[in-house]
Design a protein around this ligand. Structure first.
Ligand SMILES: NS(=O)(=O)c1ccc(O)c(NC(=O)NCCCCO)c1
Ligand SMILES: [Zn+2]
Length: 258
């Protein structure tokens, strides 16, 4: 199946997932000089319940914190959005060194990693899977991660990674506020795009925060110690799980800030 190595990585995903060559693919390279300030964009508004996160799992190509999305307890509203989007999961992308690993880039700058907080439009659609098929179905907040100071809210997540080393493993993970990972400024860029992993569905309203958060090199190294192999298989480290920027085609990136 698909992955991030030469034989099954982003360059060959189009063979099994034709959307890979679609006209609203993600991530993209954000160029400040080409974004347009939109006065109609509103500030982001989110309200997360500490008990929404339930488990953290190693799905082989990332680890994700899966949330209980059976009711509207943790939601994202306003910003570029119409209606209310329910929190589903959050996960990270990273690279083999601190020099790259983010999916979105800004003015040619690659960051060490990127956090994605995934929400679905629970006002219009009955579940995540249905919403993921719709052009306005998902809203994903992207947070760029720079190598630097130790990140203490992130350490709560990192402390459990040794318990989910192998693909398919999971462990209970709750009492966590995803917004503890957000930077102080909620300035953002927004554009219409896709999932950055197969099936690459073009159903995402992307909200990329302008201010990066930091993580220490040691914290970033812990991501790379996760295995993409299952228990009992020859160990293979998940050194990188980032898709490169995709063509902008006929899209504009809007800015909430001047
Ligand atoms: N990169 S993305 O466009 O934000 C994105 C949006 C929705 C997704 O489901 C994934 N997939 C994912 O994170 N897989 C790890 C956990 C598997 C069990 O959920 C990625
Ligand atoms: Zn992602």
């Amino acid at each position: 199946s698909w992955g991030y190595q030469d034989h099954n990585g982003p360059e060959v995903w189009h063979e099994l997932f034709p959307l890979a060559n679609g006209d609203r693919q993600s991530p993209i390279a954000i160029k400040s000089s080409e974004v347009k300030y939109d006065p109609f964009l509103r500030p982001l508004s989110f309200s997360y319940d500490l008990t929404s996160p339930k488990v953290i799992l190693n799905c082989g190509y990332a680890f994700s914190i899966e949330c209980d999305d059976t009711e509207d307890r943790s939601v994202l509203r306003a910003g570029p959005l119409k209606g209310s989007y329910r929190l589903r999961q959050l996960h990270f992308h990273w690279g083999p060194t601190d020099d790259y690993g983010s999916e979105h880039t800004v003015d040619g700058l690659e960051f060490a990693a990127e956090l994605h907080v995934v929400h679905w439009n629970s006002e219009k659609y009955p579940c995540f899977v249905d919403a993921a098929q719709q052009p306005d179905g998902l809203a994903i907040v992207g947070v760029l991660v720079k190598a630097g100071e130790h990140n203490s809210p992130l350490q709560k997540v990192i402390n459990v990674l040794d318990v989910i080393k192998t693909k398919g493993s999971q462990v209970a993970f709750t009492n966590f506020d995803p917004s503890s990972l957000f930077p102080e400024s909620l300035d953002y860029w927004t554009y219409h795009g896709s999932l950055t992993v197969p099936p690459l569905l073009e159903s995402v309203i992307w909200i990329v925060l302008r201010q990066p958060i930091t993580a220490s090199s040691e914290q970033l190294a812990t991501f790379r110690s996760l295995l993409c192999s299952a228990k009992g298989e020859p160990a293979c480290c998940l050194l990188s799980n980032c898709r490169p920027p995709q063509p902008l085609r006929n899209r504009h990136v809007r800015a909430f800030f001047h």
